[in-house]
Design a protein around this ligand. Structure first.
Ligand code: GLY
Length: 401
């Protein structure tokens, strides 16, 4: 039997939020587009908490990334409105702000430094005393020593976000394919629910991919958006593989029962014993507690130790949390890159573009990634603001002499 063959302008390898937003935007620009993924709408976003925390997750030395994070955060309201309009689904976007608190004097000193750094960059962040923090969030532990109120750091439900492009309405005229509900109403995107066996190359040029089910997909441009798996994609020559690795995160989902009364009104976070803990309260009662950060390769085991540490640290922050039902434990793999920033642009293999390496910021960077990749796919160049994130920054040719 001959393998089935297809041809598109664009093939996106990976149907997590980054791949789906790229495909959705490419199709909106009139490109015939396909996505290959055995379980589209899954990936790291299925595990993520959905914080849009450009300011509270700011790290020293990451000011360039901050600009991209802020640009994406600014796009969120209109991005969500557009996607909600296209699907009729709520995405759980909550412009609720974030409170980052300190539990002891060392944490307080660190948070004071972060505040000074944020202020020096012109970011909006207000220092509060422990009493002021508890007035804002009465469930906080009495020992809270102070905190930062950041009203611009919001949240979205990443599971709804990842499902949304798959549900965007179709209209007559979008491509019809037996394995493929369209994901964009006007242009349509074809879904191939299979893993990619290898990227195809002809004379050092990417020409599409072969899927595990034998399907051959030819594409003018192929986008590698396979999250942590991008770094080992078969068929991509060594020199063109993105330096992306899996960074494990364990996370918990609790539920605030209906009628319980207010628990938390905004995202609350802290550094406890050197590890980050955050609590993200959704309007539907879900309370997400995350997350570990572990360099353990492809391991996605939920461990007793991981759950214990998250609950221990979250309990120190909000003691009443231990009364809540624990409804889910999960672990996912962030696509980590050497500088914690994404790789957006051309790879060293002509015809292969990269949208990967978003590490801790995949949900936050979804809107801007869609726009950047659509621009690249249609015009051949990336917007000025995304140039620092060119994959070429990791190639030898780019190193200073
Ligand atoms: N941005 C939150 C995390 O990666 O855990």
């Amino acid at each position: 039997m001959h393998p089935s063959r297809h041809r598109y302008d664009v093939l996106v390898v990976g149907g997590g939020i980054i791949g789906l937003v790229t495909a959705w935007r490419a199709a909106q620009r009139g490109l015939s587009t396909a996505v290959a993924d055995p379980a589209p709408g899954g990936g790291a976003a299925h595990v993520a908490a959905g914080m849009l925390a450009a300011v509270t997750e700011l790290q020293y030395g990451e000011q360039t990334l901050l600009e991209l994070n802020l640009a994406s955060a600014r796009r969120y309201p209109s991005f969500v409105a557009e996607l909600e309009d296209a699907t009729g689904l709520g995405l759980g976007y909550r412009p609720c702000g974030t409170l980052a608190v300190a539990l002891d004097s060392d944490d307080r000193a660190d948070l004071r430094e972060l505040h000074a750094f944020q202020t020096s960059l012109g970011l909006r962040s207000e220092w509060l005393s422990g009493r002021e923090c508890r007035r804002l969030e009465p469930m906080l532990a009495p020992g809270v020593r102070g905190g930062l109120r950041v009203d611009g750091d919001h949240q979205v439900d990443p599971r709804r976000l990842a499902a949304a492009p798959l549900r965007a309405r179709r209209v007559a005229g979008s491509p019809d394919h037996r394995s493929a509900p369209g994901i964009d109403g006007r242009a349509g995107v074809v879904l191939h629910r299979s893993s990619v066996a290898r990227i195809e190359t002809v004379r050092d040029h990417a020409t599409g991919a072969v899927l595990d089910d034998g399907t051959v997909i030819a594409a003018e441009q192929t986008v590698l958006a396979a999250g942590s798996r991008s770094g080992g994609m078969p068929g991509v020559p060594e020199h063109a593989l993105p330096p992306v690795r899996p960074v494990k995160g364990q996370i918990l989902r609790l539920r605030v029962p209906p009628g319980h009364g207010p628990f938390l009104s905004r995202t609350v976070r802290a550094v406890v014993r050197g590890g980050h803990v955050y609590l993200v309260p959704r309007e539907n009662g879900e309370l997400v507690v995350g997350a570990t950060s572990e360099e353990l390769g492809w391991d996605t085991t939920v461990t007793a130790g991981g759950v214990y540490e998250l609950l221990r640290d979250a309990h120190e922050l909000v003691p009443g949390l231990t009364e809540l039902p624990l409804v889910e434990t999960s672990a996912g793999l962030r696509p980590g890159s050497p500088d914690n920033a994404p790789l957006l642009g051309r790879s060293a293999l002509p015809g292969l573009l990269l949208a990967t390496g978003h590490h801790r910021n995949g949900v936050l960077l979804t809107p801007v990634t869609g726009d950047v990749m659509a621009e690249l796919l249609t015009t051949g160049s990336v917007p000025e603001s995304a140039r620092p994130f060119s994959p070429a920054r990791f190639t030898l040719q780019e190193q200073p002499a």
